[in-house]
Design a protein around this ligand. Structure first.
Ligand code: ADP
Ligand code: MG
Length: 339
């Protein structure tokens, strides 16, 4: 064995990047989440060749202060939490401070940013964790990230990328979920110079369904707006006539985050059971607001899986909501019976 030595920043960041940046869609997700956390009301996502050659994300959010720019690219640097206790009340989508360091470790990154208070903006170039330049420029308030040549310095990982079309489809999926999770933000998605999605940001969820899923689904929705002692939920359940052969049309959002949850899926699918054939899944678009500290978001780096407390109560309450909606009955609290 050789001498024990500390790894360089480039190597540490490259290794860590593997956790955060799996493919171009991960870059889009992280950068758009940052834009959302920065309070943007309009976000433009532009990609070329499935995001492999270019991803450009522009927002009109808070911008980054000139003096903070180089720090933002360091590992574990974040403006969103200060201590572990803050995790209990974290409301931002990010908080690990790993995205910018990871992305800049495996791609060529250009950042143009300006805060409302600064008179001029900053243009910062960083490639493979190495700062290339840091200059002052005129810029509108907000932030633009341009990410080029993903995995240019990790050929082994670049080899695992799929075709530009497939990578582009993954990104489309991510953008749609982000747009659905924030109906109050206007999203524009441009793929190879074509506008693929442009949402208004007017908070009308039905409009979003129409734009993303089309008229058939938009015309077959049952509205949900219910509060129990554990959670509030609003959104739509698809009528049983618009079922699909997989779970891709089940959408669950918690605190502005698109999530997957076997608990939520199971409760809702069971509520549909009498109405669906085997191996058919419903269309759902449900926004949850859980009361108290019933969820732990700090489970996985990509933060898509959540842990709940009160699993059984959540199951039966959700089941009841779906069952009542589909059978067109008023929601009557269930009287426990011997099962
Ligand atoms: P995290 O989101 O977990 O804080 P990131 O590495 O994604 O970590 O970002 C680091 C920091 O850079 C953020 O905490 C934020 O202060 C700043 N930042 C990143 N993107 C933007 C943006 N689009 N607008 C304003 N600030 C941003
Ligand atoms: Mg982030």
């Amino acid at each position: 064995m050789g001498k024990i030595e500390l790894l360089t920043r480039e190597t540490i960041d490259k290794i860590a990047a593997g956790e955060v940046v799996e493919r171009p869609k991960s870059v889009v997700k992280e950068l758009v989440e940052n834009a959302i956390d920065a309070g943007a009301t309009a976000i433009t996502i532009e990609i070329k060749e499935g995001g492999i050659s270019l991803i450009r994300i522009t927002d009109n959010g808070s911008g980054i202060k000139k003096s903070d720019v180089p720090i933002a690219f360091l590992r574990h640097s974040t403006s969103k939490i200060k201590t572990a206790e803050d995790l209990l009340s974290v409301s931002s989508l990010g908080f690990r401070g790993e995205a910018l360091s990871s992305i800049s470790a495996i791609a060529r990154v250009e950042l143009i940013t300006k805060t409302y208070d600064d008179l001029t903006g900053t243009r910062y170039l960083i490639e493979g964790s190495k700062e290339i330049s840091n200059t002052e420029i005129g810029a509108p308030d907000g932030t633009t990230f341009i990410v080029k040549d993903i995995f240019f310095n990790t050929p082994a990982r670049r080899k695992f990328l799929k075709s530009p079309t497939t990578e582009g489809n993954y990104i489309t999926d991510v953008v749609e979920k982000l747009a659905l999770s924030h109906p109050n933000i206007s999203f524009k998605f441009i793929n190879n110079n074509k506008i693929k999605l442009h949402t208004s940001g007017n908070s009308n969820i039905k409009d979003l369904v129409y734009q993303i899923y089309g008229r058939e689904i938009a015309n077959s929705l049952i509205e949900v707006d219910v509060e129990t002692e554990l959670f509030k939920v609003h959104g739509f359940l698809g009528k049983p006539i618009i079922t699909r052969g997989n779970r891709n049309y089940e959408n669950y959002f918690i605190n502005g985050r698109y999530i997957k949850s076997s608990l939520l899926s199971k409760s809702i699918e069971d509520g549909y059971k009498n109405y669906l054939m085997q191996h058919q899944y419903p269309f759902t678009l449900l926004y949850f607001d859980f009361k108290g500290s019933m969820i732990d978001v700090n489970v996985h780096p990509t933060k898509m899986e959540l842990r709940f407390s009160h699993n059984e109560e959540i199951y039966s309450q959700l089941y009841d909501i779906v069952y009542a909606k589909l059978s067109n009955r008023e929601l009557i609290p269930r009287v426990p019976i011997d099962e």
